[in-house]
Design a binder for this molecule. Structure first.
Ligand code: LLP
Length: 427
């Protein structure tokens, strides 16, 4: 089960703040982020791995949560950033990350985007031969440091959409061509200093990850032997899962780190790869459990089924609709009430697929109750939209009971942002 902090009024506490008070003060739907959880999660990963391999660096995958305050917190913690777009690079720089702490792993990157990254002094992790050739025209390749994303033919993940290794995946260069591609980069004058892979997301066991490490290290070994390249860094991407369901087991991080670094070190020695920096790019693990989505029940409907209708929808949190993901739900204003009935929790978007839960066993829910949707820190706000012309919610950051608004709730005016009526349609 999950460790919940519940006060004497049976209200769910987040970062030592009463969730029902937050909902009253800031309105709903509302994302509430617990600052200390982010810091704890970061430190857990950092300490687990650096205990076994001292030259270890985290590149937080900011696609999980790009809020500026969240990124500032991770900058303070010493993280780097895995960025996938110029927008993420822009946000990283604003958050205070120096260019050399940002790795740009784009997919189907266009020339202007590479240009932007180069001007910002950011390391490019190249995803295709096409990108390499175009890069050679944009920048003077002489000694220019790059790395490659390799597809290690190992895939894993909580959903088909999140598996990024293997022969169906659009990411990275082909494993069997890796030596050739690194040689091509050398021939063009580049200085390839790194190798990268990311096999998928939501991984809760070490097995698929071990396989990816083994494969990538063998590829790195072949490249080093075939081309004489010395790697400054080897990056295994992200994918560390978190339990979404109370029955799911947490990743045993110490064991995971020990196994992975063990294999990593063994392969370093085997191939004479020296002592490169080992990198990981966790996103979900760092921010996933640090945030709750608070949403108010406004309608109890008994039609063919019993529904509790809330004031958020898949525009606010897409994961249940998109991946069928389970998100645990707590009745925040009666967090100790025993489970009583099975009920569907439905959003307010005009689509049947807009459900946060089907047949969920919960305490009896009344109109006006406040629900807390858990583990809403990763791929939650960052995937939110204004669909159905719903302004996106506010985000607040809580620490030691103190609250700061870190993103204001959008207004109707924001729905029209950048829209222009042509003069002939003006009234
Ligand atoms: N590195 C690379 C190159 C990635 O593509 C990703 C995620 C990560 C790191 C971070 O993965 P994480 O540690 O967060 O699993 N929207 C989906 C997840 C998509 C992940 C895409 N890439 C979801 O809500 O489950």
């Amino acid at each position: 089960g999950f460790d919940l902090d519940i006060n004497e009024k049976d209200h769910l506490m987040i970062g030592q703040a009463d969730s029902t008070k937050l909902a009253e003060e800031y309105g709903t739907p509302l994302y509430v982020i617990d600052e200390m959880k982010i810091r704890e999660n970061y430190r857990k990963v950092y300490q687990a791995f650096s205990k076994y391999y001292s030259d270890f660096q985290i590149f937080y995958a900011c696609k999980a949560n790009t809020n500026l305050a969240v990124m500032r917190i991770l900058e303070e913690e010493g993280s780097g950033i895995d960025a996938v777009s110029p927008g993420e690079i822009y946000t990283s720089l604003l958050a205070g990350f120096e260019g050399d702490r940002v790795l740009y792993t784009g997919n189907n990157v266009k020339d202007q985007e590479m240009q932007f990254a180069i001007e910002a002094g950011i390391r490019l992790n190249v995803d295709s031969v096409s990108q390499l050739k175009r890069l050679a025209k944009i920048v003077d390749p002489d000694g220019f440091k790059i790395s490659f994303r390799v597809n290690p033919m190992v895939g894993a993940g909580h959903h088909e959409h999140c598996i990024t290794g293997g022969e169906m995946s659009k990411f990275g260069i082909k494993e069997s061509e890796a030596v050739e591609v690194y040689q091509m980069a050398l021939d063009l004058g580049f200085n390839p200093v790194g190798i990268h892979s990311h096999i998928g997301s939501g991984i809760l066991e070490s097995e698929p990850f071990m396989l990816a490490v083994e494969t990538l290290m063998d590829i790195a070994g072949n490249i080093a032997q075939g081309t004489g390249i010395e790697f400054d860094f080897i990056d295994f991407g992200g994918g560390l899962g978190i339990p979404y369901h109370p029955d799911e087991e947490e990743l045993d991080l110490d064991n995971f780190a020990q196994e992975i670094t063990g294999l990593f070190k063994e392969k370093l020695v085997h191939y004479g790869l020296g002592k490169p920096t080992m990198c990981l790019e966790p996103g979900r693990y760092i921010v996933g459990n640090a945030s709750y989505l608070l949403t108010r029940v406004n309608t109890i409907k008994e039609s063919y089924r019993k529904f509790a209708g809330v004031d958020a929808g898949f525009n606010t949190l897409l994961r249940p609709s998109m991946y069928g993901s389970y998100h645990h739900i707590v009745v925040a204003n009666q967090a100790r009430a025993p489970a009583k009935e099975q009920i569907d929790i439905a959003g307010n978007v005009c689509e049947s697929g807009d459900l946060f839960a089907r047949d969920r066993l919960l305490p009896e829910i009344k109109e006006g109750d406040l629900l807390a949707i858990m583990n809403a820190g990763a791929y939650a706000f960052s995937m939110a939209s204004q669909y159905n012309s719903r302004p996106r919610p506010a985000e607040v950051l809580v620490k030691d009971g103190e609250t700061d608004v870190i993103r204001e709730r959008e207004t109707f005016a924001d729905l029209l942002n950048k829209q222009v009526l042509p003069p002939r349609l003006l009234k």
